[in-house]
Ligand binder design. Structure first.
Ligand SMILES: *Cc1c(COP(=O)(O)O)cnc(C)c1O
Length: 655
C-alpha cells in the first residue's frame, strides 16, 4: 500500500532517518550512497564495511542465512569507551581512586566473546562476573591476570565457595559476594576447613526506588541482597570468625537497562553511605561495585522510556565518580576503587542478525473482471469502488480549501463494509457461491487500497478518522522471515523488548509498503510486530516490496546481549550460523571465526532422539512400501537421500 512519502525525492538520508540509524546507530552504523547499511566497527576511529557486500561474501563461504555477524572490533571499542569515560570522569572530579570493571558472563557466555573481552581488557585489568558454578569455571579459567577481579555472585553452595577460596591460591582474585543471609555461615565453615579465606563482598538491598522492567531488583522484596539488619549481622558474624579483614567489597545492582539517571543517583548515594558505615565498622573495604544496568538507547530517543535512557555513557561515569566522592570525602573515608558490571552496554552493539525474507502476503487487492450475472452485493461493491475513484478530485479540492475532506471516503468505506457483510451473510445462507464470495472480498480490498491511496496524497498532518487509519493498517503485508524469534530474539517475545529492525539495502529508495514479520515457527507468537519509531513505537514497519529474483535482507541490531543464551529450540529451530569479523589493516576484513549453526541431527539429539534410528525406521517403512508395490525403488532412494542430507544441514530454510 502507498505511504505518505514522496518516492521521487527520497535519498539514503531519508532512509537513515526513517529507521533511526542516525539516532541509535551512531557511531557504528550508517547508510552509504548506495542505500546499504555501513558498519564502522571501530566507531569514529576510521574504517568501514558495506554490510550488504559483507553478507554477500559470507554467503559465498556457504554461511547461509539467518546469520549472526559479530564485529569483534565493536566489542573492543565499547570497552575502550567505557574505560575512557571513567578515566575522564576520574580526572574531571579529581577522584583519587581507580575504575576497574568486570563483564557479567551471563550476558553472553560464548567462548569467543568472553575470550575477546578478556584479551582486549587486559590493559585495564578488566575482569569477569559469574553468577553460577559453570560461569565461575569460565571466569577462573579464562582470566589469568592476577589483578583482575572475579566477582562471584548468585546462589552459592559449599563447592562454589570452596572453589573460590582455593582459586585464590592459583593467583586469581575471586570475590565471594554474600547475597543471602545464610551464605556467611557457609563461608565461615569453608574457610575454617580449608585454613584459607576468600575475598569477601556483600550485596546490599537498597531501598532506593527504581523504575522500568527491572525496577523490582531493588527494595525490600528484591530477590538478592542483604537488608540493613542482615548486613550488620553479617559483619558481626565475620568479625567473630576473624574474617572481617577479608571484607573488601560492597555491591549493589538495581536492575538492567536503567532508563532514568536520577534512579542511579539515589542508589549511589545510599550505597556510598553504606560503604562509609562498613569502613567505620572496621572492614578494610576498598571496592565499591555499582553493578550493571548501564542502558542502551534502542530507539535513539534519549528519553527515560523502556527502549531508551536519558543519559550518556559519560553522564553515567560522571555520576558514579562524583556521587561516590561526595559520599566518602566529607567523612574521611578513603575513596574506593570503582567497579561496574556493565553487560548490556558492552555487548549489545557488536552483533547483528541478518535474515532473509522468503515471501510476502498482503490482501488480494486486484480488481476482478466483471462476471456474468453478478449478485446485487457484488454490483454494489463495484459501484462503491467507482465512487471512490470519482471522489479523488473532489478530495484534493476539498483539502485545498481546508474542508473535512475525509467525509466522502469514510462514507464510501462504510458502504463497502456493509456490502461485504451482506455478501458474507448471503454466502452463509447459500445464495452466493465461492467464486462470487471471492470477488466480493477482492473488491472490498480494492476499495480499501483506493482509499488508502487517496489518504496518502493528503498533506502531512491532515487529521484522518480512526477507522480509516485502521484501514491503512489492515492493508499491511506479512513478510515471512527465515528465522525463529524464539531462538534469535527471544526478548521480543518474552519481555516486549524493542530492537532496531530494518532492511539493510534499498535505503535510498522509498519503502512503499507497510508490514510486519512472521517467523518460521508454527506459533502465532512467532512474529515481529513492534518497531522503534520517532518518540513512540510502531506496529508496522515501512518496507520495500521484494523484487523477484533479488534477496531482501533485514537486520536486527543491538542484540548482542542476552539473546543467544535465552533463545530456545521451539519447533526445533537451532542456533544460526555465526561469523566473527575483524577489520584488517588495509580497510579489508578478516573472518576470524566461523561458528556453524546447529544441524537437524544436533537439535534432534538434544531431545534424545537418535537420528540414525529415525532414519533406519524410515528405511524399513520404505522397504515395506516397495514390497507392497506402493513405492518405486528410485523414489525410495530419493526420499532416503533427502532425509539423510537434511540431518547434516541447518534447521532453517535454504534458498
Ligand atoms: C545481570 C546482572 C548484571 C548485568 O546487567 P546489565 O544490565 O546487562 O549491565 C550485572 N550484575 C548483576 C548482579 C546482574 O545480575
Amino acid at each position: 500500500m502507498v505511504l505518505t512519502i514522496t518516492p521521487s525525492t527520497w535519498t539514503a538520508e531519508d532512509g537513515s532517518s526513517l529507521y533511526g540509524l542516525d539516532r541509535w546507530g551512531d557511531p557504528y552504523f550508517s547508510v552509504n550512497g548506495r542505500g546499504h547499511v555501513m558498519v564502522q566497527p571501530r566507531g569514529d576511529r576510521g574504517g568501514s564495511l558495506d554490510l550488504v557486500e559483507l553478507v554477500r561474501e559470507l554467503q559465498g563461504r556457504d554461511l547461509t542465512l539467518p546469520l549472526l555477524i559479530r564485529f569483534d572490533d565493536i566489542l573492543e571499542d565499547r570497552l575502550e569507551r567505557l574505560h575512557a569515560a571513567f578515566e575522564r570522569a576520574i580526572a574531571q572530579y579529581g577522584y583519587t581512586g581507580r575504575y576497574q570493571g568486570v563483564f557479567p558472563v551471563k550476558c553472553n557466555q560464548q567462548r569467543h566473546v568472553v575470550e575477546q573481552l578478556v584479551e582486549s581488557g587486559r590493559r585495564w585489568h578488566f575482569g569477569l562476573e559469574a553468577g553460577s558454578k559453570a560461569e565461575l569455571l569460565i571466569a577462573l579459567s579464562l582470566v589469568d591476570d592476577p589483578e583482575a577481579l572475579l566477582i562471584c555472585n548468585g546462589y552459592k553452595d559449599r563447592r562454589y565457595i570452596e572453589t573460590a577460596i582455593l582459586a585464590r591460591r592459583l593467583g586469581r582474585q575471586p570475590v565471594v559476594v554474600i547475597e543471602q543471609a545464610d551464605e556467611v555461615e557457609r563461608i565461615i565453615h569453608a574457610s575454617r576447613e580449608l585454613g584459607a579465606a576468600p575475598l569477601i563482598g556483600v550485596r546490599a538491598k537498597l531501598s532506593s526506588r527504581s523504575t522500568g522492567r527491572w525496577g523490582s531488583s531493588v527494595g525490600e522484596r528484591a530477590k538478592f541482597g542483604l537488608s540493613v539488619p542482615d548486613l550488620l549481622a553479617t559483619v558481626e558474624a565475620l568479625r567473630q570468625a576473624g574474617l572481617l579483614p577479608e571484607l573488601r567489597l560492597l555491591h549493589f545492582h538495581i536492575g538492567s537497562q536503567i532508563n532514568d539517571i536520577a534512579v542511579l543517583k539515589d542508589a549511589l548515594q545510599e550505597a556510598g553511605q553504606i560503604y562509609g558505615e562498613l569502613t567505620r565498622l572496621g572492614a578494610p573495604m576498598g571496592y565499591l561495585d555499582v553493578g550493571g544496568g548501564l542502558g542502551i538507547d534502542y530507539d535513539g530517543s534519549r528519553t527515560a522510556t523502556a527502549a531508551s535512557k536519558n543519559y550518556s555513557l559519560q553522564n553515567y561515569a560522571n555520576d558514579v565518580v562524583a556521587t561516590v566522592r561526595e559520599c566518602c570525602e566529607p567523612h574521611g573515608v578513603p575513596l574506593p576503587t570503582l567497579v561496574s558490571e556493565s553487560g548490556r552496554a558492552i555487548a549489545s552493539h557488536f552483533s547483528v542478525l541478518i535474515f532473509d525474507v522468503l515471501g510476502t502476503a498482503g490482501p488480494p487487492a486486484a480488481v476482478p473482471a466483471v462476471q456474468a450475472e453478478e449478485p446485487l452485493m457484488v454490483r454494489n461493491l463495484r459501484d462503491t469502488f467507482a465512487t471512490i475513484h470519482a471522489t479523488a478530485e473532489a478530495t484534493a479540492q476539498a483539502t485545498a480549501e481546508g474542508a473535512t475532506c475525509c467525509d466522502a471516503l469514510q462514507e464510501a468505506w462504510n458502504d463497502a463494509i456493509k456490502f461485504k457483510d451482506d455478501a458474507l451473510s448471503a454466502f452463509r445462507l447459500g445464495y452466493l457461491n465461492l467464486p462470487q464470495r471471492a470477488v466480493a472480498e477482492q473488491l472490498t480490498w480494492a476499495c480499501a487500497e483506493a482509499i488508502a491511496g487517496q489518504l496518502a496524497q493528503l498533506p502531512p498532518g491532515t487529521p484522518i478518522p480512526e477507522q480509516l487509519q485502521a484501514l491503512q493498517a489492515g492493508l499491511a503485508s506479512t513478510y515471512y522471515a527465515n528465522l525463529s524469534v524464539f531462538r534469535s530474539a527471544p526478548d521480543t517475545w518474552a519481555i516486549d523488548q524493542l530492537f532496531p529492525v530494518l532492511p539493510i539495502q534499498r535505503l535510498d529508495e522509498a519503502p512503499t509498503g507497510l508490514g510486519s514479520f512472521a517467523d518460521l515457527t508454527c506459533d502465532s507468537d512467532g512474529k515481529l510486530t513492534r518497531f522503534i519509531g520517532r518518540g513512540q513505537e510502531k506496529s508496522l514497519l515501512e518496507l520495500h516490496p521484494p523484487r523477484p529474483g533479488e534477496p531482501y535482507w533485514v537486520g536486527l541490531f543491538l542484540a548482542g546481549a542476552y539473546q543467544e543464551v535465552m533463545g530456545n529450540l521451539h519447533n526445533l529451530f537451532g542456533s544460526t550460523n555465526a561469523a566473527h569479523i575483524r577489520l584488517g589493516p588495509g580497510g579489508n576484513y578478516l573472518v576470524d571465526h566461523v561458528v556453524r549453526g546447529d544441524t537437524n541431527a544436533e537439535v534432534l539429539q538434544v531431545m534424545e532422539h537418535d537420528p540414525r534410528q529415525l532414519l533406519e525406521r524410515l528405511r524399513l517403512a520404505s522397504e515395506e512400501a516397495i514390497g507392497r508395490g506402493q513405492l518405486a525403488i528410485s523414489d525410495a532412494r530419493r526420499l532416503m537421500a533427502h532425509l539423510e542430507s537434511s540431518l547434516g544441514q541447518t534447521t532453517y530454510l535454504q534458498s
